[in-house]
Design a protein around this ligand. Sequence first.
Ligand SMILES: [Zn+2]
Ligand SMILES: [Zn+2]
Ligand SMILES: [Zn+2]
Length: 737
Amino acid sequence: MKLAICQDNTFSFNCLGDDHALASPKKFKRKKDGTKTRGEIIHGDDSESENESKGKKLDDVRDLPLGHIDYSSYRSVFRNHPYLLHIWSNLPPPRAPQQINQPAALKIKLLPFQREGVKWMVDQEDTLFNGGILADEMGMGKTLQTIALMLVNHMRPTLVICPTVALLQWKAEIEAATDALSVFVFHGDERDKLVAKDRSIIKEELDKYDVLLTTYGVVETAYRREYHGYRRKGQLHHEKSPLHSVNWYRIVLDEAHYIKDRMTNSFRAMFSLNTQKTWMLTGTPLHNRLGELYALIRMTKSDPFSMYFCHSSPCSSLDWTFRGSKYCYKCGVKSILHFNYWNMHILKPIQNYPIDSVESRQGFKKLNKLLDNVMLRRTKIERADDMGLPPRVIVTRRDKFSPEEEDLYVSLFSDYQREFETYAHHGTVLNNYANLFELITRMRLAANHPDLLRLKLNPNEKLGASSSDTLVCSLCNEEAEDPVLAKCRHVFCRVDAQMYVNGAPDSSTLRCPVCFALFDIDLTQAEMAKPKAPRISGGGGGGGSTTLYRRSIVNRIDMAHWKSSTKIEALVEELSQHRQGNANIKSIVFSQFVNFLDLIQWRLNRAGFSVCRLDGRMSPQQRNAVIQTFMTHPEYTVFLVSLKAGGVALNLTEASHVYLADCWWNPSVEVQAMDRIHRMGQYRPIKVTRIIIENSIESRIIALQVKKQLLVSSTIGRDKKSLNHLSSQDMQFLFTS
Ligand SMILES: [Zn+2]
Ligand SMILES: [Zn+2]
Ligand SMILES: [Zn+2]
């Protein structure tokens, strides 16, 4: 090992592979010049810990953060917090997988990997993490494993917090899986009824159930009303949060990546719930996004990984103890002498040092060791045999514009091309990202159906788009689906904002497409509150309804003389072939554009198809009714789904064909759509068909996808994220004929 002395009191290690170094202090004699060496630094005059660690092999992670170290302050850290000396060496290696017996009260048979998962969860509740992160890939039964956990370790009550769209699905899954758990949905009318009651009754009521289901939005609102208060008639009121006054045995955060920013109110609302055990479920791989991962680690409230420590006193705390002051209110020491354990050991070494540096590699090793102890992730490919998943075939159907469509498209495209070339000529391509994004969107619309474009270009036809009870997305100019709010107070569909941000060449200088303020938006925020009345014409609007939205495009254009488009007819042809071959086949059609789904729906109805429709403007009850209808009524063979209808799993296993009616250069959006049916309970082979127009921007987007995919597979780790962005070369490529 090489020890590089930098200044009097600092030094750095610059090699790996000295596993025994820390544990064998005798190796490090004081140097002749009197400089202190590492053995002394760590153990100092604390002979007890020296004895304890003698002869013990340190795993390949160190308890000292690497890099430039002020040893004098580290000595005091270990003197003040002696147990920190052995944190990394004491973390056990991953437990060998074991299977739990099928719980008697569980009516659904667990697959082998699920029995392993449940066993892991049961054991995990007895570790210092008191729970953990179940990160199995989407569609592997995280919900079922969690239900099994509740049955095996039957301590109560459990609070399950999930996105609105998954609320009723949780209820249905628990009820289908067991009779042994009583469930209450704390949301909407049921919540309102309960909250209107007397406080003592609320607690009593909540106490009756084994499982309470609620949403992130409800918990956050309850927290805000208690801690920050709310204004009514100019007066500030505080309302005690019923959810925060219960002592939960366990909380389960479903789609836990929703709380990935620990500075948000949403995080604080979940963090301040009283619970003994905490579970987070997510199918999103979290590597590469350390801040988000830390939000989940911190949520476990584990010591020391979630904590802050003082260098020069025994003070340690779960919370940041100096808001607004230079001094810690617990120990009186300056705030800068406190550190966050995660930042010190993992975040800083990885973020502040080059990827192949000793510091960064140590940081990653620690990260992996920590994850081995707190997270379980399996993928469908790994467990394909267990799951019995059928093969998935992906094909691209390429059609050409009709001459009439092509004329229109070409004239449009040459206008846009000129605009692009002007920017390119002035070197302002990157500054004009918002404009170019819109041009790309228009070309995508033109490839679907020219009417979509005419509607866009003529704002006078946007009836009612700005009526006050509607949240209008500033990117697609439609009633926002799954709406989110930017700092500048403009509203967007979550998916639109995501695509806008992802595509941006440089997200730090990205501006709002409307007001040109710097674009600051939390894409993981809870869904904004929407007006209560559903905007559906006709009675009920629930299951299988083919009624259209009042503002549907078919009510805004002259459908009597309407002409279909090449793409719509391609879809009709595909679906008609299924109908002739086997009437039982069900298909899902995804599109990002709600007006396009309107046109498809109108056309399919005329062709005699019974169609279900799901989009992000429906209430949870409506969504649930539609999904149930599609799954239980054989006559409904086509399900039109908006890509924006919330990024969460829908158990649509009744369908075996997926059509992607438009494409995007970031394939993860498409993959997520496909995953919705490629999941448990799906035994028929699945075919995914992309329908694209060959002589349009779509074939360019597909080519770009392929190129980016190649880059992803040849790049390691960190740079993946930047591949979502469009470089100016990428844009050049899209605007070249
Ligand atoms: Zn302190
Ligand atoms: Zn939108
Ligand atoms: Zn704005």
